[in-house]
Design a protein around this ligand. Structure first.
Ligand code: SF4
Length: 330
């Protein structure tokens, strides 16, 4: 299942729901790896607005603004529209049509047994137990298969979706002849990015360091972070392994990590100084991205997405034509 993405060029497809401004967790877990994947591969990055409807069908007003903010952050992080096709899912109507066609061959039980389905129904409540939500792993497969992507970077929790998608492709090819490409997953090890309250960094917790924030805002947020509660006085020995500030050092201040760990344990380093160092390293880490962000004309987003939709539709319409032909629909 796993495949080394270093080597032969691949066509890579990935995407994300329009969640507005991106934060440090998005940057190190998704955007910087995507930027690297652009080297020597063909890359398609999708703003999955239809996926957003599966859980937020009653809160759609913010979707256009969230798309714009998210794409600006993608560009600032190094996603290059000259090298990657960046598009909005609903701007490629072939995806919806192929989703309908493939829905005819997918047993409901296959969708019900996707592990995240039951988990999310429990976590988010019965109002998302909709027809559309049940089918979202199929929509993910269509996103991938319609672009004839060979490689999909995913976290371990998404592996079951790719495996489900491969089963659907095999079933389609068995029924109608070899038409679709079976995608391979590549495992991305997402670093543990703590939010400013020590929980996982997430917009829903209000604990994020956003790419669009300015330096004083970020510094203030880092200064407010909780540390090891046993390190009360400056010279008390600390436990970096339970400290979220230390986790941030491991992301943005790598060369200094061994020294910070040692100085924390002996009590040579106080938390106030440690946070100041972290804020300085964070500013150094984020500054180039923030500078690129502030230089981006928001109006360029529409042009990039229109161009991306055009390029994505060229590929998608060819795949859809093959699917319909295989199903004797044209
Ligand atoms: S010195 Fe740094 S790593 Fe140690 S507890 Fe304080 S903030 Fe955390």
């Amino acid at each position: 299942m796993e495949q080394n993405i270093v080597g032969a060029p691949s066509r890579i497809m990935s995407g994300g729901r329009p969640t507005g401004r991106q934060h440090l967790g998005h940057l190190v877990g998704v955007l910087l790896p995507w930027a690297q994947l652009q080297e020597g591969n063909e890359t398609f990055f999708e703003v999955a607005d239809l996926h957003a409807l599966t859980t937020a069908y009653d809160r759609t007003e913010r979707i256009p603004a969230d798309i714009r903010e998210m794409v600006i952050d993608w560009l600032a992080a190094g996603i290059d529209p000259q090298r990657s096709t960046i598009y909005v899912q609903s701007h490629v109507p072939e995806i919806s049509e192929m989703h309908l066609l493939l829905s005819m061959i997918v047993p409901v039980a296959w969708l019900q047994r996707v592990p995240t389905y039951k988990d999310q129904i429990v976590a988010l409540g019965g109002e998302i137990a909709t027809y559309g939500f049940l089918g979202y792993p199929l929509m993910q497969l269509v996103d991938i298969a319609i672009m004839r992507a060979t490689t999909v970077p995913v976290g371990k929790d998404q592996l079951s979706h790719v495996e489900f998608g491969r089963e659907v492709v095999r079933r389609f090819n068995h029924l109608y002849g070899p038409t679709l490409v079976e995608p391979q997953a590549t495992i991305s090890e997402f670093p543990d990015v703590p939010g400013t309250d020590g929980r996982k960094m997430s917009k829903s917790y209000g604990n994020t360091i956003d790419l669009a924030d300015d330096e004083p805002t970020t510094t203030k947020r880092i200064r407010s972070m909780l540390t090891d509660p046993q390190k009360v006085r400056r010279n008390d020995p600390g436990r970096p392994e339970i400290c979220p500030v230390f986790k941030l050092h491991k992301i943005v201040n790598v060369p200094r990590v061994p020294a910070i760990e040692a100085e924390c344990r002996t009590g040579a380093l106080g938390c106030v100084d440690c946070k100041s160092q972290c804020a300085g390293a964070m500013e150094h880490f984020l500054r180039p991205i923030r500078e690129r962000r502030s230089a981006i004309d928001p109006n360029v987003v529409d042009t990039i997405l229109a161009d991306g939709a055009f390029r994505a539709r060229e590929v998608a319409s060819a795949t859809l034509a093959d699917v319909k032909s295989a199903m004797h629909l044209s």
